[in-house]
Design a protein around this ligand. Sequence first.
Ligand SMILES: [Zn+2]
Ligand SMILES: [Zn+2]
Length: 184
Amino acid sequence: MVFTHDTEVGLQAAAALANTLALSPGSVDELATVAALDELFVTYDYTGRHDRDRAELDEVRALRVRLRDLLTAERDEAVRLTNEMLAEHRATPQLVRHTSYDWHIHATEPDAPLATRIAVETAMAMVDVIRADELSRLSICADEGCEGVVVDLSRNRSKRYCSPTCTNRNAVAAYRERQAASTK
Ligand SMILES: [Zn+2]
Ligand SMILES: [Zn+2]
């Protein structure tokens, strides 16, 4: 484990959210429905308030560009954005323990809006990343046409692609290149 569990989940959830934005030509917004948000909520083990309505969805959708900016910022800019998010929501770090998670940090109340909790959770995760000077763990997908955020939590820092789709596409392309080279 590179960071604590809550930090790692926070980074992965923020990247997954940011990566639902339609950033490259031809891609579609993948956070278009309440059901799509519901799926992310379950996948990333969110707890607390979840309204399951259009207003909540719109708030989370609107947050995505800020999450992306934060995850892809240079260190000093990341500090500024992190501090801004924490101050804006008056984050109050508290150790909490619930369901399957041992002691970890929440810095908002469980009944704060989901978008607020995601913003603060991401900022708290970035506090760890910045303090450990590990921003190189965050990058943009190495796939040519993809702008996805990559969170590399691997021991040997080997993660280059944002998704299995991008990994596979490039593995296939590399294989074809090798085949072509060997038949020349
Ligand atoms: Zn928790
Ligand atoms: Zn990608």
